[in-house]
Design a protein around this ligand. Structure first.
Ligand SMILES: Cc1cc2nc3c(=O)[nH]c(=O)nc-3n(C[C@H](O)[C@H](O)[C@H](O)COP(=O)(O)O)c2cc1C
Length: 385
């Protein structure tokens, strides 16, 4: 097969490399996937204005996120179970991010632990936190993130309870993955994955060691999440987080201008406009459609990051034009990792970077920090399907 030169190629490769239950865990959204599809469709609906006869010889893709220099305005989103897409997945993802010069965010629900990722990197990474009923455990996780030198805490606020991704129970997704009669053929057709992941050292939640007795299948995992994640969390709990974490705080999962204002009032250093990749509230708007109103509500009080459906440099440019400081990539990262490991993640970043550079030039722009809605033809996307 010729070398992949777009994210869709990496997705095709990923589908062949990992068992169906793992691939579909990443590739699908919640319930009827209305929001999941809107994320892509609304991004595609924006058009660029093609501008000509402008000197575009001095391109700059560099920016900063929370004061950290980034070679491109992209960060790797926190994704649970990453180490099931490729052995030591979080360590490889973090290494690729460090090598490329962008932030990497480790999920609470990762396979490699905070300490594993620390040992694989030499620059600080971000740590994503879910608030649990057992605040003592959250305090421990925050302390571990501090000890690992994490440069930002990403508090995910859009999952007080979990939306159903219908494929997961149907596929019998279990943690750690098990060989069953149902998935035996699927796994047998992917011997490299089986050898490295199924028989590898890291196969269950690295940060939750000792917290999770036998998960016994996804139903139990969902039940575990339901029993551990705290559905009572409100804005007052940010104070508790702040008292434990004096560093940079990012609130992830803001999809409404009113919540964006509250995030600013609660001293967030940044927020991520996110609907969890269409994996939570189905029927919610796409992230790109709410980005302009969130940016306006924030009014420069904190940085606005963006995720949801970003699969190309063009997508990144659209989000920047509408006021995002940078974009997080979830599925794109997982496809690349599953397809080709660390090299795949580097390749995906390179693909996005080159697409971004060319698109920037063809809109008559030179600097990613200076783009504005004028490079787009449509300023708002209809909410009506
Ligand atoms: C397989 C998968 C697992 C995820 N796990 C987490 C998680 O543990 N914590 C979190 O805050 N977000 C999680 N997310 C959401 C991502 O951080 C991000 O918001 C989303 O993937 C962005 O959309 P995209 O996949 O279209 O890029 C996950 C997303 C995927 C696809």
């Amino acid at each position: 097969m010729p070398s992949p030169n777009c994210i869709a190629d990496l997705r095709d490769l990923a589908r062949r490399r990992v068992p169906r239950a793992i691939f579909e865990y990443a590739d699908r959204g919640s319930y009827d996937e209305v929001t999941f599809k809107r994320n892509r469709r609304d991004l595609e609906a924006f058009e660029f204005r093609q501008r000509v006869m402008v000197d575009v010889s001095k391109q700059s893709l560099k920016t900063t996120m929370l004061g950290e220099p980034c070679t491109i305005p992209v960060a790797i989103a926190p994704t649970g179970l990453t180490g099931l897409f490729h052995a030591n997945g979080e360590m490889l993802g973090a290494r690729a991010a460090e090598q490329y010069g962008i932030p990497f965010c480790l999920s609470t629900m990762s396979i490699c632990s905070i300490e594993d990722v620390r040992s694989a990197t030499s620059k600080p990474f971000w740590f994503q936190l879910y608030l649990m009923r057992d605040r003592g455990f959250n305090a421990e996780l925050i302390d571990r993130a501090k000890a690992a030198g994490c440069s930002a805490l990403v508090l995910t606020v859009d999952m007080p309870i979990q939306g159903l991704r219908r494929r997961d129970p149907k596929n019998g997704l279990s943690i750690p993955p098990r060989l069953t009669v149902r998935n035996a053929i699927d796994i047998a057709m992917r011997p490299t994955w089986a050898l490295k992941v199924l028989l590898g050292k890291r196969r269950t939640f690295g940060n939750l060691a000792g917290r999770m007795s036998n998960t016994g299948g996804l139903t139990t995992l969902s039940q575990w999440i339901a029993s551990q994640f705290d559905p009572t969390v409100t804005w007052k709990d940010i104070e508790w987080v702040r008292s434990r974490w004096p560093g940079k705080l990012i609130l992830k999962g803001i999809l409404d201008a009113d919540d964006a204002r509250l995030a600013c009032e609660n001293a967030a250093d940044a927020l991520v406009v996110s609907n969890h990749g269409g994996r939570q509230l189905d029927g919610a708007p796409s992230t790109i459609s709410v980005l302009p109103e969130v940016v306006e509500a924030v009014g420069g009080r904190c940085e606005v990051l963006f995720d949801g459906g970003v699969q190309s440099g063009q997508d990144v440019l659209k989000a920047l034009a509408l006021g995002a400081r940078g974009c997080l990539i979830g599925k794109t990262f997982l496809y690349a990792l599953a397809a080709m490991g660390e090299a795949g993640v580097l390749l995906a970043l390179d693909i996005i970077s080159k697409e971004l550079q060319v698109s920037l030039a063809l809109t008559g722009s030179n600097d990613v920090r200076e783009v504005n809605p004028n490079i787009l033809r449509r300023r708002a996307v209809s909410y009506i399907d």
